[in-house]
Design a protein around this ligand. Structure first.
Ligand code: XUL
Ligand code: CO
Length: 443
C-alpha cells in the first residue's frame, strides 16, 4: 500500500509535558485514568474527513495549495475516493484517533444521477468497513451533505419545493443506512441552508413545520432500521445563510419540544458556532445538559476578531477547560465525543501540518480534561455553588417549587416582614482565581 504520511513513520506516542518533540503528545496519554475513565474514553476523539481529506485549501478568493495527491482532478473519481480513503485511514491510525466522521460526499463521489450517487456510496461504505475492520477505527457520526448542490440553495427540508424535500429525504435515508451499516455512534444533521437569506421571500411558519416533519421522518426511519445511535442537530446561527433556524442549543430545544422530538434528538455543539451565536462554548454545553439534550462536540474554535467560521484547532485550555468541566458535570459523553471539524490555515500546505494541528488540539483537550476533572473531584467550584442555592433546600424554597405557595401567599409573607433578603457576594473573581490555580498546577 502507498504510504502518504512518510514524514510520520510511526504512530504518535505520549512523551510527557516536558517533551519538545513536535510529533509526540505532551498531555494526551490515551490509557491514563482520569476519574473513572481513561483519557481516550473521556474524549472520544474523532477526525473529520471533509476539511482534512476533501478540502484542497481554497477560500473564496483563491485556489488551494495543499499537497493532497488524492485530490488530483485528473484521477478517475472512484479511484480517487479509494486513494483518499487509504490516506485518511493511514492518518487516523498514525494519530491514534479512535473515531472519524464523514459526509456522504466526502467518502463517495456525488455522480450525476441519484442512482450513481447511491451506488458510489454503497461501494465506498464497503471499502470503509474493510478499513475499519483492519484498523479498529470506529465511526463517531455520519451526515449527509444537504447544502452543497445548487438544488439545495433554498434549503433542503425547508425548501419551498417539496421535490427538493423528497430528494433530501432520499439522500438522508441512504446516509443514515450507511452510518448504521458502519456501526456509527450518532447521526448528525447540520442545517446550513435551513433558514433564509431574506424574509421578503420566506414563509417562516411553513419552513419550521417542514423542518419538524423532516426530522420526524429521520427519527422514524432510525427506529425502522434499528439504528441505536443518537440523532444530533448541530446548532449554528448563520453562515452560509443569514439566519439559521437551529440558532443555538436553547432554540433547538424549543424546536424539539414543539415537534414532539425531545427525548429523540440531541445536539452536537460546535465551539465556534457557540461564539457566532454570542455565547461561550461552556454556556452551550450547560444549557444543553440542563435540557437533557447534550450529545456531542465539534471542537474547532473561531478567531476573536473574525466574525465567520474559521474552524481553527482548539488551542486554549482557558476556553476548553470550562466547557469540559460542564461536560463532566453532566456525566460526560455517552454516544458523543470530540470531533475535530477543524481546518488548517491556507498556508499550512504540507501533509504533516495535519499532524501538528491535531496533536496540539488533542493535547489542549487532554489538559483541559485534567483541569476539569481535578476541579470536579475537589468540589472546587461546586461547594460555593451549592451554598449559593442552599435556601432552595429549606422550607420556603421547597414549598415554592412544590407549587404550595401562591403569589398572594408570598405577598402575605413579605408584607408580614417574615422575609427580608440581604444580597451576598457571588465571588466571581475568587472563583476565576480558583480556575487559574488549577490550570497552573495540573500535571
Ligand atoms: C459547518 C459545520 C459542518 C457540520 C457537518 O459549519 O460545522 O461541517 O459539522 O455538516
Ligand atoms: Co461542525
Amino acid at each position: 500500500m502507498t504510504e502518504f504520511f512518510t514524514e510520520v513513520p510511526e504512530p504518535i506516542r505520549y512523551a510527557g509535558p516536558d517533551s519538545d518533540d513536535p510529533l509526540k503528545f505532551r498531555w494526551y496519554d490515551a490509557d491514563r485514568m482520569v476519574g473513572d475513565r481513561t483519557m481516550a474514553e473521556h474524549l472520544r476523539i474523532a477526525v473529520c474527513y471533509w476539511h482534512s481529506f476533501s478540502w484542497p485549501g481554497n477560500d473564496v478568493f483563491g485556489d488551494g495549495g495543499f499537497d493532497r495527491p488524492w485530490l488530483d482532478p485528473a484521477l478517475e473519481p472512484m479511484a480517487a475516493a479509494r486513494t483518499k480513503m487509504a490516506a485518511a485511514f493511514e492518518f487516523f491510525e498514525k494519530l491514534g484517533a479512535p473515531f472519524f466522521c464523514f459526509h456522504d460526499h466526502d467518502i463517495a463521489p456525488e455522480g450525476t444521477t441519484f442512482a450513481e450517487e447511491s451506488a458510489n456510496l454503497e461501494a465506498m461504505v464497503e471499502e470503509a468497513a474493510a478499513h475499519m475492520e483492519r484498523t479498529g477505527v470506529r465511526l463517531l457520526w455520519g451526515t449527509a451533505r444537504l447544502f452543497w448542490h445548487p438544488r439545495y440553495m433554498a434549503g433542503a427540508a425547508t425548501n419551498p419545493n417539496p421535490e427538493v424535500f423528497a430528494r433530501a429525504a432520499a439522500q438522508v435515508r441512504n446516509c443514515l443506512e450507511a452510518t448504521h451499516r458502519l456501526g456509527g455512534a450518532n447521526y448528525v444533521l447540520w442545517g446550513g441552508r435551513e433558514g433564509y437569506d431574506t424574509l421578503l421571500n420566506t414563509d417562516v411558519g411553513r419552513e419550521l413545520d417542514q423542518l419538524g416533519r423532516f426530522l420526524t421522518l429521520v427519527v422514524e426511519h432510525k427506529h425502522a432500521i434499528g439504528f441505536d445511535g443518537t440523532i444530533l442537530i448541530e446548532p449554528k446561527p448563520q453562515e452560509p445563510v443569514k439566519h439559521q433556524y437551529d440558532h443555538d442549543s436553547q432554540t433547538v430545544h424549543a424546536f424539539l419540544q414543539r415537534y414532539g422530538l425531545d427525548g429523540e434528538v440531541k445536539v452536537n455543539i460546535e465551539v465556534n458556532h457557540a461564539t457566532l451565536s454570542g455565547h461561550d462554548f461552556a454556556h452551550e454545553v450547560a444549557v444543553a445538559a440542563a435540557a437533557g439534550i447534550f450529545g456531542s462536540v465539534d471542537a474547532n474554535r473561531g478567531d476573536d476578531r473574525l466574525g465567520w467560521d474559521t474552524d481553527q484547532f482548539p488551542n486554549s485550555v482557558d476556553q476548553m477547560a470550562l466547557g469540559v468541566y460542564e461536560i463532566l458535570r453532566a456525566g460526560g459523553f455517552t454516544t458523543g465525543g470530540f470531533n475535530f471539524d477543524t481546518k488548517l490555515r491556507r498556508q499550512s500546505i504540507d501533509r504533516t501540518d495535519l499532524f501538528h494541528g491535531h496533536i496540539g488540539g488533542i493535547d489542549t483537550l487532554a489538559r483541559s480534561l485534567l483541569v476539569a476533572q481535578a476541579m470536579l473531584a475537589d468540589g472546587a467550584l461546586a461547594d460555593l455553588r451549592s451554598a449559593r442555592y442552599g435556601g432552595w433546600d429549606g422550607d420556603l424554597g421547597r414549598a415554592i417549587m412544590a407549587g404550595e405557595r401562591s403569589l398572594a401567599d408570598l405577598h402575605r409573607l413579605v408584607a408580614g416582614n417574615e422575609v427580608d433578603p440581604a444580597p451576598r457576594s457571588g465571588r466571581q473573581e475568587a472563583l476565576e482565581n480558583v480556575v487559574n490555580r488549577y490550570i497552573e498546577r495540573v500535571r
